[in-house]
Design a protein around this ligand. Structure first.
Ligand code: NAP
Ligand code: GCO
Length: 265
């Protein structure tokens, strides 16, 4: 039996996909046959994203939308349905992080991270599910994190959000699986994107950032991963090949979660 990894004829919305992980996933979806829709907060970034997709031969549809704003999200989904078609695949990718020791973080800063990384995936999923039900099914992929499973200093809000996103994923699976909607998560390891650039900055003496060395020691492959390495798992979870997979968080971490870390030499 041929396994169907094709996304031909599908409409995909990847949030926050002007660059970074979202851009890599959306580009892979386009190569698998999907029509790509993406959003960003700023028109200039949407325009930069459109140009970057075009360089890859991808005619994407870009929209300005703050995913934390329910009115903007509902208007975005309605516009996509009118201009492109019903959304078959949603990737809740947009996200922020604030690296601040918890007792120095303000409640407003904590709430801002929760708003983007947890409330927004709820808002966007809620906006696309009704049409998915009418159409007979759909795919929702939430971009989780190592911090869906682990904590570390300075990322209390992010870990709380990504832990919550893991359970929101399982709950959407539980509540909407009967409508042939599969909701899964991807838990990337440490990926080379603008979000992690501060953790990889070379020191004044040219040495590696201490956190860079830390991740090298925590990753069996002894390297950071690239956004493109998420493409295969993301296409799998968006395709018919994963119709029996639901509520699962697929960790694409190079083995970090399986590894205690390199022993001192
Ligand atoms: P990134 O480079 O910082 O890109 C994040 C994207 O989200 C940007 O396009 C950003 O747009 C957009 N965004 C932020 N807030 C938004 C909002 N309110 N409305 C709409 N768009 C918004 O991050 P990344 O590394 O590609 O990460 C993408 C996702 O993967 C995030 O959910 C992140 O938590 C997760 N993740 C990342 C890693 C990693 O190692 N990089 C690992 C695990 C999980 P602006 O530029 O306009 O802010
Ligand atoms: C951090 C990093 C991580 C990654 C990712 C790991 O500060 O620890 O930003 O949180 O972004 O979430 O899976």
């Amino acid at each position: 039996m041929a396994v169907n990894f094709s996304l031909e004829g599908k409409v995909a919305l990847v949030t926050g996909a002007s660059y970074g992980i979202g851009f890599a996933i959306a580009s892979a979806y386009a190569k698998a046959g999907a029509t790509i829709c993406f959003n960003d907060i700023k028109q200039e970034l949407v325009d930069k994203g459109l140009a970057a997709y075009k360089e890859l031969g991808i005619e994407a549809h870009g929209y300005v939308c703050d995913v934390t704003n329910e009115e903007q999200v509902n208007a975005l989904v309605a516009q996509i349905e009118k201009e492109v078609g019903v959304i078959d695949i949603l990737v809740n990718n947009a996200g922020i992080i604030k690296r601040i020791p918890m007792c120095e973080m303000t409640a407003a800063e904590f709430r801002q991270v929760i708003d983007v990384d947890l409330n927004a995936p709820f808002i966007v999923a809620k906006a696309v599910i009704p049409s998915m039900i009418k159409k007979g099914g759909g795919k929702i992929i939430n971009i989780c994190s190592m911090m869906s499973e682990l904590g570390r200093e300075t990322v209390s809000a992010y870990a709380a959000a990504k832990g919550g996103l893991k359970m929101l994923t399982r709950n959407i699976c539980s509540e909407y699986g009967k409508y042939n909607i599969q909701c899964n998560g991807i838990g990337p390891g440490y990926i080379e994107t603008p979000q992690t650039a501060p953790l990889r900055e070379r020191q004044a003496d040219g040495s590696r950032h201490p956190f860079d060395s830390f991740i090298i020691a925590k990753t069996p492959a002894e390297r950071w991963l690239k956004p493109e390495e998420l493409a295969g798992p993301a296409v799998f979870l968006a395709s018919e090949a994963s119709d029996a997979v639901n509520g699962h968080i697929l960790y694409v971490d190079g083995g970090i979660l399986a590894y205690i870390g390199k022993q001192p030499q």
